[in-house]
Design a protein around this ligand. Structure first.
Ligand SMILES: Cc1cc2nc3c(=O)[nH]c(=O)nc-3n(C[C@H](O)[C@H](O)[C@H](O)COP(=O)(O)OP(=O)(O)OC[C@H]3O[C@@H](n4cnc5c(N)ncnc54)[C@H](O)[C@@H]3O)c2cc1C
Length: 399
């Protein structure tokens, strides 16, 4: 594995940086803190995301590594990683993580040719946004316990049930749905994956407001929703296999380390300019030790994320399975440590969000609240460690 940047790649990186530095000058203020909150949280943020999505699609940047036949240009995976890092560092929107990052690679591997031709180009052109309809009130960590049914009747399926925590469902055009197509089968057997248009009758989206008041998450209720058979992805009742692949795509992000790097830089600015007891904070040995540790973790986490993406790019999904879990748990816990340390050294003011007294305009307080959910989303830390204990350490599977 060698991901040293060539001269061309360095030039490409600079092109991305110049683009985002310029474009983000016009971003609504919420993008200073958190791209996802800004994107889904209000209409201005969403419009800014959509216009950025068009620009990025025209440049072909979020599909660089895709096969040419689906609108990509088969660029080396390293170029896609460089783009993802720069994009995350600038807290930029414009990428539908669910469609581009999760469902599209799943389609490439598991969909039939007609579905690939129909569903991939709109994602590549930035015309659609997806959401991920998996979790249910009694099926989160234990996703295989899900009870939403999709029962076949002639040439279509009838869906009934409920999903929860569906990020961005109130903005999305489509969802990828995991539902039970054979209720006589248990657990991971008898499940299928569907591409679903959000505007069809019988789908109701209700908001869940997060503890900081933002609206990113939702419940979805299905009442006799009709899905045509041609929108089932992969063989009937065998959706668990493709869903496991989708999980790996979700958990391998290099972007989280670029976000952490940006937050660390903001924190460094704070410790260089803020005094406690007559001394600048950076002169405190404990502060220096902790910042050094965060720096080491960000650099090593970045290596880990590159390794996972490298293996996924080469189709080594078994190697990347535990790596994706390692990267997910390490990245989210690192971000939480960083935000926790930042709010600690800021004292009581560090807990303020929007206030003239909030250090760094409340970016660390926001980061801390955000980090709590990130340890749970896409599979909690405990679940990632269970996977690592089983697949990586080699312990017998815990029932
Ligand atoms: C911010 C956020 C965004 C999300 N977005 C989406 C989305 O877009 N689409 C979607 O489908 N879902 C989404 N989710 C749901 C997410 O996938 C689930 O919350 C997650 O899988 C945990 O499930 P749960 O909430 O039901 O908790 P539970 O599964 O009930 O877990 C509760 C606690 O028990 C622990 N636990 C459970 N089982 C074990 C075990 N076997 N061993 C050790 N500990 C265990 C967990 O780690 C956790 O601490 C989101 C969640 C969050 C917080």
């Amino acid at each position: 594995m060698d991901y040293k940047l060539t001269e061309e790649q360095q030039a490409l990186k600079k092109e991305f940086e110049d683009f985002f530095r310029e474009e983000m000058k016009d971003a609504p203020p919420a993008y200073q803190k958190n791209a996802l909150e800004a994107m889904y949280g209000d209409d201005d943020g969403w419009q800014f995301h959509k216009s950025m999505q068009k620009k990025l699609a025209e440049k072909g940047w979020f599909t660089m590594a895709w096969p040419k036949e689906y609108g990509g240009r088969e660029a080396p995976i390293i170029e896609q990683l460089i783009f993802s890092e720069v994009h995350a560092y600038y807290r930029a929107p414009g990428i539908d993580g669910f469609g581009v990052g999760m469902f599209a690679p799943t389609l490439m591997q598991f969909a039939n040719e007609e579905q690939k031709e129909r569903l991939l180009p709109p994602i590549a052109r930035g015309e659609v946004n997806y959401c991920q309809a998996w979790s249910e009130p009694n099926a989160g960590s234990d996703l295989a316990a899900l009870t939403t049914t999709a029962i076949k009747e002639g040439d279509h399926y009838v869906v009934n049930g409920q999903k929860v925590w569906t990020t961005g469902a109130h903005r999305a055009d489509r969802m990828f749905l995991l539902a039970r197509t054979d209720p006589s089968q248990k657990r991971s057997s008898g499940l299928s994956v569907f591409n679903v248009n959000m505007s069809i009758p019988g789908i109701e989206v209700r908001p869940i407001h997060y503890m900081d008041g933002t609206h990113l998450y939702n419940e979805i209720f299905f009442s006799d929703v009709i899905i045509p058979e041609h929108d089932r992805i992969g063989p009937e009742h065998e959706g668990w296999k493709s869903t496991r692949a989708t999980m790996n795509f979700e958990r391998s992000s290099v972007g989280s380390y670029a976000s952490a790097k940006r937050s660390l830089e903001e924190l460094l600015e704070y410790v260089k300019t803020t005094k406690r007891g007559g001394r600048l904070l950076y002169e405190n040995p404990m502060v220096r030790q902790k910042l050094a540790k965060l720096y080491i973790d960000i650099e090593r986490g970045r290596d880990l994320a590159y390794r996972v993406a490298w293996n996924q790019g080469k189709g080594n999904f078994l190697v990347s399975a535990t790596g994706a879990s390692e990267s997910k748990v390490f990245g989210t816990e690192l971000f939480q440590r960083l935000a926790n340390f930042a709010t600690e050294i800021m004292g009581l003011h560090g807990q303020l969000g929007s206030s003239k007294w909030a250090p760094l305009d409340g970016v660390m307080s926001d980061a801390y609240q955000w980090s709590l959910g990130m340890n749970i989303a896409a599979g909690s830390s405990e679940i990632q460690r269970n996977i690592i204990a089983w697949v990586g350490v080699g312990l017998p599977r815990f029932k």
